[in-house]
Design a protein around this ligand. Structure first.
Ligand code: C5P
Length: 225
């Protein structure tokens, strides 16, 4: 069976309101709940380590545990890495694979999840990503320095998948205060090969008000249950 870590302990919101983005409702359904409802139905995933903010932890813990007995609520930390590390410490080592998926990416599909799991049969670490379509330029103070060849660039998403022993090793000895890395980067740092598969365009991370508006459109068009 498979472990899943969902970091949803961020307190920040780049929206105007105070609610952290994962708890915002779109068309009556909360972003995090929509995300969890997809994962709960993946039979191979039997442990969902749901990392929640310290603030109102008891309330949220009870709320999400009602959704499924697969959910194991955990208190988050001050950075995404610290939040994930709190889950890494208590992972089920008997499960050979561990997936990590952002709480704020509610449009993950069964198909993408299955493709990541399938790829883990061949590789130790796998990430979904998209090729870039816009031209990319390096800038400094509003001035163009140069144009980057986008042929070899990708934009990375979650769920990222890892062999459990590899992600545990990657998380041992890291600086948890450093907020600017993703999980696969930690695996690169221990000299393990990371491979990528094609991600999905609609698998957006909801960060800005614009993302919220787009999410509303996506729910209307594709995801209304
Ligand atoms: O801030 P960012 O968009 O990178 O956050 C990605 C995910 O990590 C979000 O789902 C957020 O709730 C989570 N996170 C966390 N603990 C933190 C900061 C972010 O679980 N301290």
């Amino acid at each position: 069976m498979i472990n899943l870590i969902i970091p949803a302990a961020g307190s920040g919101s780049r929206f105007s309101e105070k609610t952290p983005k994962q708890f915002v409702k779109i068309q009556g359904i909360e972003i995090l709940e929509m995300n969890l409802l997809t994962w709960i139905n993946i039979k191979l995933v039997d442990k969902i380590y749901l990392v929640l903010p310290q603030l109102e932890f008891e309330y949220n813990k009870n709320k999400y545990q009602k959704l499924s007995n697969k959910i194991i609520p955990i208190i988050g930390g001050s950075s995404r890495a610290e939040s994930i590390n709190n889950a890494i410490k208590i992972l089920d080592n008997k499960n050979p694979y561990t997936l990590i998926h952002d709480g704020a990416r509610p449009f993950v599909t069964n198909i993408l999840i299955k493709r990541v799991i399938e790829a883990l049969k061949i590789h130790n670490a796998i990430i979904p990503a998209l090729k870039l379509t816009n031209t990319i330029k390096k800038v400094k103070n509003n001035q163009i320095i140069n144009t980057i060849n986008r042929e070899n660039l990708i934009s990375v998403q979650t769920p990222q998948g890892f062999h459990t022993n590899i992600i545990k090793k990657a998380y041992s000895n890291i600086n948890l205060k450093n907020i600017n890395f993703d999980d696969s980067e930690l695996v690169e740092n221990i000299k393990e090969q990371v491979f990528y598969i094609e991600g999905e365009k609609n698998n957006i991370k909801i960060t800005t008000q614009n993302d919220l508006d787009y999410a509303e459109f996506l729910i209307q068009k594709y995801f209304k249950k």
